[in-house]
Design a protein around this ligand. Structure first.
Ligand code: DQA
Length: 143
């Protein structure tokens, strides 16, 4: 089975409780279980992680680069300003799919309208709620 890392950045550990009008009521633990199940159905061995510490996400991306593991990444707010995440994504060898639960480009805060991940992404899936993670895994399974 192809191994896939689903990596989540800051504040996504509070899914279900965090601004549910924007991010929905599915908790992070439920999301993680869903991703593993969707992956299994697609023949993917999915591991889901979340961190509020940028260096930890950088370490995971560096490991994914070394091990040539495909990545689904929701870098959350780091998406919009972290050049360290930009550089880490640029080193990935296997495909990277960028996911956002909301569609940041349609939100009122201008800072959300740009992404350091997109230049390195094989696909960007945004605005489909947590279903976007399933779509991202489907993309990786197809390609
Ligand atoms: C997000 C969108 C980002 O703008 C925001 O900072 C997040 C979540 C999303 O999944 O919609 O934390 O990445």
């Amino acid at each position: 089975m192809t191994r896939v890392l689903v990596l989540n950045g800051p504040n996504l550990g509070r899914l279900g409780r965090r601004q549910p009008e924007i991010y929905g009521y599915t908790t992070y633990d439920e999301l993680a279980d869903l991703c593993v199940g969707w992956g299994r159905d697609l023949g993917l061995d999915v591991e889901v992680r979340q961190t509020n510490h940028e260096g930890e996400l950088l370490d995971w991306l560096n490991d994914a680069a070394d091990e040539e593991i495909p990545v689904v990444l929701n870098a959350a707010a780091w998406t919009h300003y972290s050049y360290a995440i930009y550089d880490a994504c640029g080193q990935l060898v296997a495909p990277l799919v960028e996911v956002h639960i909301s569609d940041p480009t349609q939100r009122p805060e201008v800072f959300r309208h740009s992404s350091v991940v997109t230049p390195h992404a094989a696909a960007v899936i945004a605005g489909y709620g947590i279903d976007g993670y399933r779509m991202a895994l489907e993309h990786l399974a197809r390609n």
